[in-house]
Structure formats: C-alpha cells, structure tokens
Design a protein around this ligand. Structure first.
Ligand code: Q46
Ligand code: ZN
Length: 303
C-alpha cells in the first residue's frame, strides 16, 4: 500500500479512523500537525512561554517532550521519583538519558526526601495506590511550576486517557471531575495553567511515533498499578473503537463541545467556596489542609 499523503513511498502505518496510511516521514509530519492543531485550537501556549513538562520515562511523556522540542518550544522537564524500589530508578535512568540526548533542563523531586515515598504512603492511606500517587504527583507538578515561575504545565495524557477518564466520570456521574475535564485548564485558585497537547492522538499513534523517532522509553509496568480501574475502561473503549472507528474522539470532542460549557456555572460556584491549605497554600480539601499535607500528617501520626 502506498502512503496516502505523498503517494510515493510505501505506507508503514495505517490509521483507520483517519482513513489514511502513511510512510514514516509523512506519519511524523501528520503527528506533529495533530499536536500543533491541539495547541492552537485551545491556545495552550506560545513559543515565548516557559513550559514545564511532567515526565515519567514512559512513551507518552518522552514523545511529547520530543515533539515540543522539535517544534521549537521552550521546554524543561520535571520527574517525580516516587521511591518505588526496583522501578523508580529505572524510570529515572531513561528520563536522564533522554534529557541529555535532547539537551533540555531536568528538575527532579525525590519523594523519599520529601518523607512520602509512595510505598510508605499506601501503608497509611487506605486508597488505591494510583489515586494517592496521582494526587501527590499533581501537587508537586503544580508546586514546582509555581515556584519556578513556569507559564504552563503540560502532561502527556492522550486521547485514550482522556476518553476513558470521561467514560468513568460519566458512568459514576462524578460532576466535579467532569467540570475539570478539558485539554486546557486555566491558571486559577492556586493552580498553574495545565495543558494536554496529546489529547487528539491515541496511545497506539504515540507508540508508532516513539518507534519511528527511536525514543528509548521505559516499558515496565508499575508494580502498584494492579486493579487500576482506568485500564478496564480503556479496554472497553478500544472494543467500541474496533466496532465503530472514530468513536473515541467523537465521544471526547462531543463532550467538550456540547456538555462541558453547561457545567461551567457549577464550576464557578465551586471556585467561590475554595479555601487554601494553612501549611503550604495549595487548595485545601478538609480540616484546613491540602491532600498532601493531610497525608504527611497521617504518616507523622503513625510514627
Ligand atoms: S506510578 Fe503511581 Fe502510575 Fe504506579 S502507582 Fe499508579 S499512578 S501506576 S502512572
Ligand atoms: Zn498543604
């Protein structure tokens, strides 16, 4: 099969949902274009902005880092060392090597030094590891972005992540989470502006990009991820996608266009009631503390 774009080279990848097949070079151009479209459509950031990208060592974050640098954006990376022995060191090695290759600045937060490595935290907090780990990561992403005066924080969340999260939030009618679901969240209430430039591309497309660009990413599965519910929703959405190509993007874009605007008044009411952590100044959840100061408090009580 010939590439449907240049009509010269042999196609190496077929994208059924786009009704196209691309050779390597045309796929990379197409992929970059999808990211540029996302950035422009949502006015995520410009070439003058200082961008902080959260990286884990996996294919999504390293690929996004690569795309943004190739497109000429001013990017620094942030790696959170979760303190999961036998896992976090390997992830960090990939991130460090990639940072040296690409020539971008790398900032590291070590949760062992912060007193809250994830394996220790999950002994004190009775929730799924991913829920508490996600909360801690978001806290430090935001804190580092604010302290270092970055204009925007970006993450490698892709269409599969966003559609499965939306799917779960709709099934459980999590209205507060639905209010916060978008490819761009403005800077408000002590939270730095957040963008997801990969929301138009799928996991599979990112894997192809990483392969064509020879990106050496970390493939090991996190030992604490067992029972994470999002992988179940992702599988179900993939089944639907096989039956009806393009359903994932239609589901997500449809929500952004039709439903999200209706939720913004409820979000405004919520914003009016927000309070801030008396220790660190981050938005508070309960008893005057933010989620991470609450976790630190629990761990200290157990000592
Ligand atoms: S690192 Fe943390 Fe992930 Fe491991 S504990 Fe879950 S959220 S799976 S991206
Ligand atoms: Zn706090």
């Amino acid at each position: 099969m010939k590439c449907t774009r240049c009509r010269k080279n042999q196609a190496e990848i077929e994208l059924i949902r786009h009704n196209a097949a691309f050779c390597r070079d045309c796929f990379v151009d197409f992929f970059h274009l999808q990211v540029q479209k996302a950035i422009k459509q949502w006015k995520m950031f410009s070439k003058d902005d200082n961008i902080l990208i959260a990286v884990s060592g996996g294919k999504d974050s390293l690929s996004l880092w690569n795309v943004l640098v190739e497109l000429g954006y001013n990017v620094s990376a942030l790696f959170i060392d979760l303190g999961i022995d036998g896992f976090s060191e390997k992830a960090f090695a990939k991130v460090e090597a990639f940072s040296n290759k690409i020539g971008s600045k790398l900032i590291v937060v070590d949760l062992k030094k912060e007193g809250i490595p994830i394996p220790k935290v999950i002994k004190s907090v009775r929730r799924h590891p991913c829920s508490v780990c996600g909360q801690i990561k978001r806290y430090y992403f935001n804190m580092v972005a604010i302290k270092n005066d970055f204009d925007v924080l970006v993450t490698g969340h892709n269409l599969d992540d966003e559609a499965s999260r939306l799917f779960a939030n709709v099934l459980h009618w999590k209205s507060e989470y639905l209010q916060d679901q978008a490819p761009l969240l403005p800077s408000e209430n002590g939270l730095k502006k957040k963008a997801k430039p990969f929301f138009r591309v799928t996991e599979q497309e990112i894997a192809a990009y990483a392969f064509f660009k020879d990106i050496d990413y970390f493939v090991n599965e996190c030992p604490l991820s067992k029972g994470a519910i999002f992988s179940f929703y992702k599988k179900e959405l993939n089944r639907l996608e096989c039956e009806s190509h393009g359903i994932k993007i239609e589901f997500y874009q449809g929500f952004l266009k039709e439903i999200r605007p209706l939720l913004q008044n409820a979000k405004k009411d919520r914003n009016d009631k927000i309070t801030f952590c008396e220790r660190c100044g981050y938005p508070a959840t309960k008893n005057g503390l933010c989620s991470v100061c609450n976790i630190k408090e629990k761990i200290n009580l157990k000592k």
